[in-house]
Design a protein. Structure first.
Length: 194
């Protein structure tokens, strides 16, 4: 019983750090861009370079290894799975600006208050994410399996999430983000996630 409690506390702690990664941001050297107001109005995101520390941690976490691909999805499932893995890693990278993160999350305007409310955790720089599996449920959605890593070591293996194709960009689903935020908040309501 005590071991199960320790595992649960460790997993919850890792999830909290993952949330911090998702919500933290570094100052952007470019002018801020407006977040999309509708799914159809969003523009494709570009892949930003990650920080050297994040890149080293990501390599130990399993990034750089192609995720397993299953299900029936877009014509190029392998290419789409690679893009999903890249977009997830970029979204959860502490070096990615908040504006760039907003371009990589579904319903960005809706979840913006949640992302801003949890921004700024200094422990976030130690956390990375690596997508290990993509199971396409349609041409525009997929179930994702990913690892959460602390300082390059897997801390939470085989976490589950979703990705949706929105305006030509594979985005972290708002339900995935809100579910992670809810783990930290407990029963408290999350702004933008209710």
């Amino acid at each position: 019983m005590e071991r199960a409690s320790l595992v649960l506390r460790t997993a919850a702690g890792s999830a909290v750090l993952l949330l911090a990664v998702a919500c933290s941001s570094s100052p952007s050297s470019t002018a801020p861009s407006a977040a999309p107001t509708t799914m159809a109005a969003s523009a494709p995101a570009t892949t930003a370079a990650t920080s050297p520390a994040a890149s080293a941690a990501a390599a130990g976490c399993g990034n750089g290894t192609a995720p397993t691909v299953s299900g029936s999805g877009p014509a190029d499932t392998t290419g789409a799975a690679g893009k999903i893995a890249t977009d997830y890693a970029e979204f959860f990278d502490p070096a990615t600006s908040l504006n760039d993160k907003m371009a990589l999350v579904e319903n960005a305007q809706k979840v913006a208050p949640a992302m801003q409310a949890f921004a700024g955790n200094p422990q976030a720089a130690q956390t990375s994410v690596a997508v290990t599996g993509v199971d396409f449920t349609s041409a525009s959605s997929a179930d994702i399996t990913y690892n959460v890593c602390l300082s390059g070591a897997v801390a939470l293996k085989a976490s589950k999430g979703k990705s949706v194709l929105d305006g030509g960009v594979w985005k972290v689903s708002d339900t995935t983000l809100c579910g992670l935020l809810q783990l930290q908040a407990g029963s408290s309501p999350i702004p933008g996630c209710s």
